[in-house]
Design a protein. Structure first.
Length: 354
C-alpha cells in the first residue's frame, strides 16, 4: 500500500559540530508547512500555514538535556490565534503521485465542483509548490476557480537527481511534465483550463499555450521568459540562461560565434511556437524588472498581434515579482477578469462569494 505523503515545508535542527540532523515534529498531525522566524536559546518562533488556512505564529520550547536537546518532547505555545478562510470547509487540498511515482501535484479548489481550473506552474525553475498559504491563490479559489500546482522535473524537495534532470531540457521536459500531470486526471483535464505563471512559470505557460494551443482558454503571464537570446544580453543572471540550457557558463565568452548555443536558446524559447498560440494572452509586466526585462514580453506581444491572437499588456511601476500592494492587487484582479471574459461556462454558478 502506497504511503500517504504531503508536499510540505518541514523544519529540522542541525548540530553544526556533530552534524546530527533532527526533524522537529511541530505540526503533526496537522500537515501544515512550517518556517522558523527566529531562535533564542531553546525557544523558536515559528509560522505555520496551509493553502486552506492562513498563517499562525507560535513558539516552541525544546527542553535541554545533558547531551544537548530532547527533540522528542517539544512544547508548542500559540502566539497568534488560528484563523480560517470563508467557506473553508467547502474546499479540498489533494496531494497527488502524478509523475514518476512522486508526490508532484497539489490540487486546491471547491469540493464536488467542475469549476474552471488554473494550471499554475512555479518559477525558478528550481523551486517548488507546497501546501502553504498564499493570498493570491486564496483569492482565485474564493471567487470560483480551482488551482493545480505541478512540481515538474527540476523542482526541489524530490532529490538531487530530480533537480538536475531538467538542466539542458527546459522548454521540453518541464512543459511535458505539467501537461502530462494535467492530462493524467480526467477530472482536471475535462474542465475549462486557463494558465497563470510568473518568470519561469511564465516561460512554461507561454510554452504550454504554444505547444498545446487548443487546450487552454486563456493565459496570464507575469514577467515571463519568452526569448532566451534576448534575456542573455539583458538579464542580471546571464549564467542562468546558459546553465539551464545545458552549457557551462564559464566556457562561454560570447554568443556571436556560438551557433550551437544560439540554436539551443532559440529552440528552448516560447517564441519558437508563438505562431501556434490561440489563447488570449495577458502580459503583466514590471517596468523596473532587471531579471526579465519588459522588452522580452513586448516582442512576444507584437508577435502575438502579428498572428491575430488577442493580447494585452499591463505595465506596472514595479520590479520582477510585482509584489507591491498596488501592483499585486491590480494584476490579480485583471487576471481574474481576463480569465472570466474568455471562459465559455456560466462562471457565476461556481462562485461561493458573490
Amino acid at each position: 500500500m502506497k504511503q500517504k505523503l504531503f508536499i510540505l515545508l518541514k523544519t529540522f535542527a542541525i548540530d553544526t559540530e556533530s552534524k546530527d540532523i533532527h526533524y522537529l515534529p511541530i505540526t503533526k498531525p496537522f500537515h501544515e508547512c512550517v518556517s522558523v522566524f527566529d531562535v533564542c536559546n531553546d525557544v523558536l518562533v515559528c509560522h505555520k500555514s496551509s493553502l486552506n488556512k492562513p498563517g499562525q505564529l507560535f513558539a516552541i520550547k525544546i527542553p535541554s538535556i545533558s547531551e544537548g536537546y530532547d527533540f522528542t518532547k517539544i512544547s508548542i505555545h500559540e502566539i497568534s490565534p488560528s484563523r480560517s478562510l470563508p467557506n473553508s470547509d467547502n474546499f479540498v487540498v489533494e496531494h497527488g503521485y502524478t509523475l514518476y511515482n512522486k508526490p508532484t501535484t497539489i490540487f486546491y479548489g471547491p469540493k464536488n465542483s467542475n469549476c474552471p481550473l488554473i494550471v499554475w506552474p512555479h518559477g525558478g525553475p528550481h523551486l517548488s509548490s507546497s501546501d502553504s498559504f498564499r493570498a493570491d491563490i486564496a483569492f482565485f479559489v474564493q471567487i470560483g476557480f480551482a488551482v493545480l500546482f505541478v512540481n515538474f522535473r527540476g523542482s526541489i524537495g524530490l532529490g538531487k537527481d530530480y533537480v538536475e534532470s531538467l538542466i539542458g531540457n527546459i522548454g521540453d521536459a518541464d512543459v511535458k511534465d505539467v501537461y502530462n500531470a494535467l492530462q493524467s486526471n480526467p477530472s482536471w483535464f475535462n474542465r475549462e483550463l486557463v494558465l497563470f505563471g510568473g518568470s519561469h512559470g511564465g516561460f512554461l505557460v507561454t510554452h504550454l499555450s504554444g505547444q498545446y494551443p487548443s487546450v487552454f482558454k486563456a493565459v496570464c503571464a507575469l514577467n515571463p521568459v519568452t526569448d532566451l537570446i534576448t534575456m542573455f544580453g539583458t538579464t542580471d543572471v546571464p549564467d542562468w540562461v546558459i546553465t539551464e540550457t545545458g552549457y557551462n557558463f564559464s566556457e562561454v565568452d560570447s554568443l556571436a560565434n556560438s551557433k550551437d548555443i544560439l540554436m539551443k536558446l532559440t529552440d528552448c524559447s516560447p517564441c519558437k511556437n508563438v505562431h501556434k498560440v490561440q489563447a488570449p494572452t495577458l502580459l503583466l509586466l514590471g517596468e523596473k524588472d532587471r531579471r526579465v526585462l519588459p522588452c522580452l514580453s513586448l516582442t512576444y506581444y507584437h508577435l502575438l498581434k502579428k498572428h491575430g491572437v488577442t493580447t494585452r499588456v499591463l505595465m506596472y511601476n514595479d520590479c520582477h515579482p510585482l509584489s507591491t500592494v498596488a501592483a499585486d492587487m491590480d494584476s490579480l484582479i485583471n487576471a481574474a477578469l481576463w480569465f472570466i471574459k474568455y471562459l465559455n461556462s456560466d462562471f457565476e454558478k461556481y462562485q461561493l462569494i458573490k
